[in-house]
Design a protein around this ligand. Sequence first.
Ligand code: SF4
Length: 178
Amino acid sequence: MGVERLRPEEIRGGTDVSYSQICDRRLWLSVHNIYITDGTEFVMEGKYLAENREHPGFSRVKVGSNVIDNLEILPDGTALVHEYKRGGRKALKADVLQLAHYLNCLLSGYGVEARGILHLTGSRKVVEIALPEHLQELQEAYRKIESMTVSEIPQAKRNWFCRRGGCSYVEFCWGGGR
Ligand code: SF4
């Protein structure tokens, strides 16, 4: 089954694709543009990484409402999308699908064929991502994101991302009882 073709102006941020694999409540808050930008260590660390992780020869590139960490154009006209995550040895599905979404945006919106390289900064491991392997899951993620635009806010459910993952909504969901 193919993934519906996206126009660049319809392309949402890859973070929503990521949230769709982590927590419905966080996804809903993002879809409804409710953001929390406190000074937690995780938010600060993300800001630091975003400001300092560029490598010589690469550039951050905006595609629709997505900001890709690094984009490398190869001599054959294809591209490599580099994403940096502070993960350990195993790539999270949320990060894999976020990167697959960028590949889909480049192909669907701009006709650019790209492969993805996920850099796990915790282990210095790299994982190669090919779009065709993730199309089905990506389509399911898009449907879930779409459904959140008309649903009520989901109840908070404790999961690993509440605290260990550094969710910036933790005070909103759990108050002082993190
Ligand atoms: S704190 Fe937990 S329940 Fe609340 S939005 Fe974040 S991950 Fe979801």
